[in-house]
Ligand binder design. Sequence first.
Ligand code: NAP
Length: 323
Amino acid sequence: MAITDLLDAALDRSVVLGYTSLGSRLRRRWWPADPAPGSLAGKRVLVTGATSGIGEAMAGSFARLGATVHVLGRNADKLAGVARELRLEHPNATIVEEVCDVGDLDAVRDWGEAFADRVPGLDGLVHNAGTMTDTRTESPQGHELQLAVHVLGPHLMTELLLPALTAARGIVVWMSTGGMYGAALPDGEDAIEYRDGTYRGVSAYARTKRMQVVLADAWARRYDGTDVRVESMHPGWVETPGVATHLPRFRSLTRPLLRTAEDGADTAVWLVATRPPSEPGHLWHDRAQRPTTFGWQRDQDPAAVARFLDYVAISTETPPDWD
Ligand SMILES: NC(=O)c1ccc[n+]([C@@H]2O[C@H](COP(=O)([O-])OP(=O)(O)OC[C@H]3O[C@@H](n4cnc5c(N)ncnc54)[C@H](OP(=O)(O)O)[C@@H]3O)[C@@H](O)[C@H]2O)c1
């Protein structure tokens, strides 16, 4: 094993060193090459949660590489402002505004069907939209809100956009968090929906982010051998409006070491632009594959994974085609 592999793994296990800007500053010395300038010319990419933080920065990075960027947000006015800024900064890029609340399954279905009708091919889809609610809140369909925004809405969107992704040999990237390492996959509907009275915003966040990693891996297995790729990633600790709003104490403790939003977006952009080979697990951070669990954590119970995947399919009225 190369010395840089050992150093990279040590950074990852130390958490603080790996997840902060120190991690990317060091790894930049040995990680794979940047995508070539113009490498996304003629390609089409969709970024959810593009009105703030990592998603907004990611849209800019995709535009810089020449992609047509579909920026998706739930607030049309905020989205128009972000799109205006992106067009000013990248005058040669095509920026397309997409309004949809990804936590509302009816809205996702309406928007997704219309998108599939008007867009024949999609090269990249990044499920980046994220939220955190302090008290248990429900989506319009009665699902716990973080579950709806992080898992059910993106799953339905992926399903609806599959023809466009297949046509373009597209790649889907799920934006998870390193915080999911501390969360096990909940087992059973009541636990998945947090109907057991134990709701805490931060743990619900970590659990739904664990679900994203499990779901991305299941999608990757389902589409193994086809041209569609599915990966998940985590961005490290990043200075964004979301962190300022939801984690103010964490932010004040770590602020000098937080990554920039562009740094947090880097691995998603690199994955879409370069489509590197990938192994089961399919979780990435700083342009390298990472374990989905560590030794001291409980391995995922395959039966609980199967029950979770079935619940996702039933809740979104999508085919339960898992192996
Ligand atoms: N920052 C970090 O350190 C960090 C670490 C690990 C993982 N992440 C992940 O990275 C992603 C981006 O986070 P961020 O820090 O950039 O947060 P942010 O600044 O709060 O941005 C979140 C984005 O998601 C959008 N969004 C939220 N709910 C939505 C919904 N129902 N429908 C459509 N869009 C919705 C927000 O829209 P509005 O503008 O309308 O609110 C915003 O554009 C999230 O998935 C987060 O979990 C971040």
